[in-house]
Design a protein around this ligand. Structure first.
Ligand code: AQP
Length: 345
């Protein structure tokens, strides 16, 4: 059967981008697999080791990990139907990362764009000046991501569009590993891109909505109450263009972003929704977005409050999930280790 696998960093409360770009789709897979009796294993993880690639407040991270686990459940991921675990509880992952690191070229990593943006290197001159300051973990992050996926020999990886490049690298590493070990042990994981386009910051449509954006008004959290959601959407940036509202990511990114969010929240195709709203005023569009988002987030927000009342239970569930993940990981790593000459004779 297939193995559907994805993760999210515990770098702060989940926002609409994480929800429409990732977690809601994971829940939809879970629903479909159960409904159609598909033979698939679902694995979702809190990528706590990935979060160390940028500076963290460690004492806060402990809570954020548990909140991330609670948020996954609040969004409808069910620990009875999917294995939900912490990355740091599976030591097989960094073991495989080492093996893959010994097969991955520096040039392959050099081509990745995320380390450049996360280290704030905007151009070749910045890179030449500051490469030495880039942390090794940030630079090799894509190898850890490949190790996450390949430790579980995942067949399908549902992610947002910003992650597509890393999946490409993972597939290159599968080829290199299989060739080097003359085996077919590792599967080529398929990227499942979210149907929703990237969700942008409500305050700056040149940036994506991001957990690490210090401006809370730029994002809507899945745990937010109706009043606060309406307030943020009413203050979202639009533009000064008069006349019809059109879906135009290049020339009207802020309006387009609101249409994207509306379509995602309604679960309707974006072009259909943009036709419906073309004669709306900007205020009417914002009201429609608010109504749809409030409705969509009502359950996750309520469930999150409920779940966080019992942290011991979440802790227990996360331990169980992590143990289950480790069982699978350790079986696979035994095989992988043998292929690279390790393990008992
Ligand atoms: N704005 C977005 N639109 C669509 N999808 C998004 N994702 C993140 N932001 C958007 C998707 O969410 C999943 C989990 O992301 P992550 O935890 O690995 O962190 P990230 O991609 O780096 O997202 P953030 O929220 O901006 O976190 P920070 O600020 O910590 O970097 C992924 O599938 C991602 O595609």
């Amino acid at each position: 059967g297939s193995v559907i696998f994805s993760g999210i960093q515990p770098t702060g409360a989940f926002h609409l981008g994480n929800y429409f770009g990732a977690v809601r789709n994971w829940r939809d897979f879970q629903t479909r697999i159960e409904r159609d009796h598909i033979n698939s294993r679902l694995l979702f993880f809190v990528a706590d080791m990935h979060s160390l690639t940028v500076p963290q407040n460690f004492s806060r991270l402990t809570n954020q990990r548990l909140e991330a686990f609670g948020s996954l459940m609040a969004c409808g991921i069910d620990p009875e139907k999917a294995t939900i675990f912490f990355q740091s509880e599976v030591p097989e992952i960094p073991k495989l990362q080492w093996i893959l690191s010994c097969m991955c070229g520096m040039g392959q990593l050099n081509r990745m764009t995320q380390w450049k943006s996360k280290a704030n290197l905007r151009n070749d001159a910045d890179i030449a000046a500051d490469f030495g300051k880039v942390k090794l973990g940030l630079f090799t992050y894509p190898v850890l991501m490949a190790a996450d996926i390949l430790t579980f020999n995942a067949t399908h990886v549902p992610v947002g569009r910003d992650q597509a490049q890393h999946l490409e690298l993972t597939r290159e590493l599968v080829d290199i590993f299989n060739r080097a070990t003359k085996s077919k042990f590792l599967h080529q994981p398929m990227t499942l891109l979210a149907p929703t386009m990237k969700v942008l910051s409500l305050k700056n449509p040149e940036k994506k909505m991001s957990k690490s954006d210090p401006d809370d008004m730029s994002k809507i959290f899945i745990t937010e109450d109706a009043k606060s959601i309406r307030n943020k959407i009413s203050k979202a940036l639009t533009d000064s263009v008069e006349g019809k509202l059109i879906y135009d990511p290049v020339n009207r990114p802020a309006v387009t972003n609101l249409i994207t969010i509306l379509a995602a929240a309604l679960g309707r195709p974006v072009l259909e929704v943009s036709n419906q709203v073309e004669d709306f005023t900007k205020k009417e569009l914002k009201d429609a977005v608010s109504d749809a988002v409030v409705k969509e987030l009502k359950d996750p927000a309520a469930r999150f409050q409920e779940l966080m009342k019992d942290p011991e239970r979440l802790d227990k569930l996360s331990r169980r999930g992590s143990e289950k993940a480790r069982e699978i990981a350790s079986k696979n790593l035994k095989e992988i280790s043998k292929l690279v000459g390790m393990g008992y004779w």
